[in-house]
Design a protein around this ligand. Structure first.
Ligand code: NAD
Length: 495
């Protein structure tokens, strides 16, 4: 049975489906970037608001800004924007029909409709999952990529907007004129300080384009920071056929995800918010609180992915669950988490780090998600300085052990050669791939060439005698023995 409002009554009660009247909803939230993650995360929390708390003013109007979003429109429109979240774990699968997205606007060709919707008085929040590239944030200058052709185009204002900032400023200018409050800009992208970056980049853009409005926005706007977490792989064709077979639901684009979800959100809103805290969101008073949760997640979850990813790729593993279910890799990761990362983490009342690690272990072991090692190896040049190197620097500072953390950097150096231990070639997918591959080849058995990349390693680590010694030994061991035998040595050594 194809998903649609008319067919909703016919789906079984066994799985959850909207119990609220979808004709009575108002759009309190406009969301830009209706991809897999949004549909598995914010839209699910909002679905709970509508189901449990009759918060009818807070449904979502989805917006797709890029030409690729035509396929999301084509999937959602015939099914009244209903879709299914398939939750998978070793214990089994469940299907949940989600109704919180009650309209979708494909922006190309409908620019005015998007701006009018954002400017509408019923819209209180514009939320974003537009990927890192959608922010036009320059990591080095910490300023907007003003020279980017899309930003230049939107600043000039000739023709319809191309960037999120073009749309947001057009809508905010209307609200400013109409005497409305600015909507809250709520980033749900996986970036540290996602709210502060949204604020700084949008204000930088607005100051160049419309200084009066920018001053008003700076004074009255709100940009909450948040930490978001739910592993959401890409939907595969077999997910659609499985849904039809197992649950009799015909859905053009379901979402597959894990049962776990988390959202820590700074309580900073300019035009009201729904009672998110009543549907499982951890609403916290300050940005500092978000940062502490974020640190735990980045160092353990993302750091854990990096730590096992490159070693696993060298050893020829395909899926994440296969790696963590290998006792050798599990022991390595546990040692790294408990001995080299945990001592550095803040203590937050109500958060038990040991529990967090145990949950991570079981999330990584989920065989049904089919999360790929290749996915967690993407973009190492961005991941190392965020997830691994700060732990090494802090452990050095406090004279703690760095052996396992250093081993994963050595494995990344080996990974950059583009050939695994079985002689199989793979693509190194990284914005700096060309430079890093050349340095990996040039350096040979020595780490020095790669350690010289200042934008990744800064100035301190490459001159730290202990770190350089340990990474040199780790690289040699990997070369001589391969990843498995090296791990045996590292795990055994520390016992
Ligand atoms: P996806 O490919 O399914 O969706 C990406 C969405 O971003 C699309 O709707 C696309 O239109 C939009 N987009 C891309 N570039 C844009 C731009 N320049 N301007 C405006 N919109 C743009 O990917 P996803 O899995 O939904 O991930 C999206 C983001 O969610 C990630 O970048 C990450 O920040 C966050 N996230 C993802 C996960 C996950 O496990 N997938 C977990 C936590 C956070």
């Amino acid at each position: 049975l194809r998903l649609s409002n008319a067919n909703l009554a016919q789906f079984s009660q066994a799985e959850t489906k909207p119990s609220y009247d979808r004709t009575q909803l108002k759009h309190g939230i406009v969301h830009v970037g209706v991809g897999g993650f949004h549909r598995a995360h914010l839209a699910v929390y909002v679905d709970r608001l509508l189901s449990n708390l009759a918060a009818n003013d807070w449904s979502i109007c989805g917006v797709g800004l890029t030409p690729f979003d035509a396929s999301m429109r084509d999937a959602l429109a015939p099914q009244d924007c209903l879709y299914t979240v398939i939750e998978r774990s070793a214990a089994g699968s469940s299907a949940h029909i989600i109704g919180s997205i009650s309209d979708f606007i494909f922006a190309p060709g409908n620019e005015e409709a998007v701006i009018a919707k954002m400017a509408h008085k019923d819209t209180h929040i514009v939320s974003l999952t537009i990927t890192e590239s959608g922010y036009y944030y320059n990591e080095n200058t910490h300023y907007l990529e003003v020279n980017d052709p899309n930003i230049q185009h939107d600043l000039a204002g000739e023709g319809p907007p191309r960037t999120t900032y073009g749309y947001l400023t057009a809508a905010l200018a209307r609200r400013y004129k109409a005497g409305l409050k600015p909507f809250t800009v709520m980033s749900c992208d996986n970036m540290q300080k996602n709210g502060s970056i949204s604020r700084n980049m949008l204000l930088a853009f607005a100051r160049l384009k419309d200084p009066d409005m920018a001053a008003w926005l700076s004074e009255n706007g709100a940009f909450p920071n948040s930490m978001v977490d739910r592993i959401t792989p890409r939907t595969m064709d077999e997910d659609k056929t499985g849904l039809k077979k197992d649950f009799s639901i015909e859905d053009a684009w379901p979402v597959v995800t894990e049962p776990f979800m988390q959202w820590v959100l700074e309580d900073n809103f300019s035009d009201g918010r729904p009672p998110f805290e009543n549907v499982g969101v951890q609403v916290v008073p300050t940005v500092r609180d978000v940062e502490q949760f974020e640190l735990i997640k980045l160092r353990l979850l993302n750091g854990g992915h990096v730590a096992m990813g490159y070693l696993a790729a060298l050893a020829g593993f395909k899926y994440v669950h296969e790696v963590i279910n290998d006792p050798l890799f599990a022991a390595y990761l546990n040692d790294l988490w408990y001995e080299e990362v945990k001592p550095l983490l803040p203590q937050i009342p109500g958060v038990d780090i040991d529990d967090y690690i145990r949950t991570l272990h079981s999330r990584f072991s989920n065989p049904t998600l089919k999360d790929e090692v290749a996915r967690i190896c993407l973009g190492g040049s961005g991941k190392m300085p965020q997830f691994i190197l700060p732990s090494i620097a802090e452990q050095i500072e406090s004279r703690g052990s760095i052996g396992r953390l250093t081993l994963c950097v050595a494995a990344w150096f080996r990974y950059l050669t583009g050939i695994d231990e079985n002689g199989n070639k793979y693509k190194v997918d990284d914005p700096m791939a060309q430079e890093l591959k050349a340095l990996a080849r040039e350096g040979g058995a020595s780490p020095n060439a790669l350690l010289g990349v200042q934008s990744i390693f800064g100035d301190d680590l490459r001159y730290d005698g202990r770190f350089v010694r340990e990474i040199t030994i780790a690289m040699r061991t990997l070369d001589r023995r391969g990843a498995r035998k090296t791990l045996e040595k590292y795990v055994e050594l520390e016992d």
